[in-house]
Unconditional design. Structure first.
Length: 88
C-alpha cells in the first residue's frame, strides 16, 4: 500500500523536522507573526526526483525551503500561488 502524503506528516522524521523549523521561526507565522492557533510548515518548492519518479520525502528538504505559517496565511498562499516543482 502506498503511504499518502497525509500519513507521512505523522512520520517521526517529519515531526522532528517540523519541531526544528518551528523553533527557528520562534513558533510564529513568518508572514503575520501570529503565534497562537494552528501553525503549518509550508514547502516553498517541491522537488521531484526524475530518476525515481517520486517527490522528495517532506523531511528531506533543506530548512531554507520550509517556513512556518498560520493556517490563514497558508491557505491564502496556496490559493494565490502554486508551489513550484523543481525536477532534480
Ligand atoms: Zn499568518
Ligand atoms: Zn503549503
Amino acid at each position: 500500500m502506498k503511504v499518502t502524503y497525509g500519513e507521512k506528516l505523522f512520520d517521526p522524521r517529519w515531526l522532528e523536522k517540523k519541531k526544528r523549523i518551528l523553533a527557528r521561526d520562534n513558533n510564529r507565522c513568518v508572514i503575520c507573526g501570529k503565534s497562537n492557533g494552528k501553525l503549518c510548515i509550508h514547502h516553498k518548492q517541491y522537488h521531484f526526483i526524475k530518476r525515481l519518479e517520486t517527490h522528495v520525502e517532506p523531511w528531506n528538504y533543506e530548512d531554507k525551503y520550509l517556513v512556518t505559517l498560520c493556517e490563514s496565511c497558508h491557505n491564502r498562499g496556496h490559493y494565490r500561488y502554486q508551489v513550484p516543482i523543481k525536477y532534480i
